[in-house]
Design a protein around this ligand. Structure first.
Ligand SMILES: [Zn+2]
Length: 75
């Protein structure tokens, strides 16, 4: 069985695309619940970790800044 690895700032692809048509979400908060933001329309949703993992298809891009404790938001 394959364990999906993801971290804060990653761009992930979900099994179902967002209603806006974009299928890229950015992980903007991690905890018991995970907050992901749609790259297309900037809408963010909070989902339980278990639900997130069941809906996650794959990690598209890992956050290059990971591990530096620096999460600047470029908006
Ligand atoms: Zn969207």
């Amino acid at each position: 069985m394959e364990r999906k690895q993801y971290q804060l700032g990653d761009i992930v692809q979900m099994k179902k695309p967002h209603p806006c048509g974009t299928n890229e979400m950015e992980i903007i908060r991690m905890g018991m619940d995970i907050r992901i933001k749609c790259v297309g329309c900037k809408h963010s949703v909070l989902v339980p970790r278990t639900k997130f993992e069941s809906k996650l298809k794959k990690v598209l891009r890992s956050n290059p800044q990971a591990g530096e404790g620096n999460t600047n938001e470029s908006d």
